[in-house]
Design a protein around this ligand. Sequence first.
Ligand code: UT7
Length: 333
Amino acid sequence: MEKINAIITGVGGYVPDYVLNNEELSRMVDTNDEWIMTRIGIKERRILNEEGLGTSYLARKAAKQLLQKTGVSPLDVDCVIVATTTPDYHFPSTASIVIGKLGMENAFAYDLQAACSGFLFAMDTASALITSGRYKRIMVIGADKMSSMVDYTDRATCPIFGDGAAAVFVEPTTEDLGWKDSYLRTDGKGLPFLCMKAGGSVCPPSYFSLDNRMHYLHQEGRTVFKFAVTNMSDTCALIAERNGLNKDNIAWVIPHQANVRIIEAVANRLELPMDKMMMNIQRYGNTSAATLPLALWDYEKQLKKGDNLILTAFGAGFTWGAAYMKWGYDSSK
Ligand code: UT7
């Protein structure tokens, strides 16, 4: 029997219309465009500011575009995995809301929580489901409404994050393409450095937790920065080495969009010029699980069948990793 590989066959994306730029942020907290551009590299981010809309709205807009672009019927999707840290509700899953709204009646669906590494982890899972031979079409969505947990009085975190979602189909092929290799890691020592302190089962919502602003994203930026640089660079180098990838045969690196300086460090380690690093952090900021698929969405037209891509991410947990994917189609057609 021929070996089954898992390829991406289409990309859809969505970012909300509202643009929160550095000038507006500078009126909200003590910051300025120059600091944000030099320390992070973000000019503006998109915010979902309509009341009553959550992450499933972003996810289903991206999913709908993917269905339209590919011409796939919602009934022909076997499984939907939504990578998110900002689900609509603790339960049910955001994925169940997405399939309900879009009529994906034959799919099972669940959320995957690996913070900013969520899309990478979900792609590895989807690839395993496809290569098992049991499923034919999986939709993987990275979606986060980060504005729902950002403290817009904290200048250390509020410039970083934005809202967005993107979705891909993962399907089988017998061609030598697709998800080839991955190295994913998790280390629970990251908890104190990047978390939301209350709202879960350890510290359910209370007047105490509200008074102490414990329902916002908490980040110790410098520590997270160091771990992100080291771990993204190391795993990229490992994936490159064991797959014979180098500056001459890597078409693109798709890095998590957390900080331009982190992306530069990864490029240096791989000895790649910055124009091989996919970047949209300037326009969207850090959309957590959505950064990788949003980059694919933005760069789709430049991708060619057989392109060697390295994807890499780092997030709360800590979670991190890198993967090697051979792109499956000529996207300009
Ligand atoms: O996606 C999940 C993974 N997350 C990440 O990868 C984020 C990793 N961390 C980072 O990207 C960076 O650490 C930050 C962007 C969060 C912060 O940049 P930094 O260069 O590490 O700044 P810092 O926290 O060391 O702060 C340097 C200075 C401080 O002032 P003093 O103490 O030196 O006087 C801060 O108070 O910059 C100050 N500062 C600001 N100044 C103007 C912090 N935030 C701001 C701000 N505007 N928004």
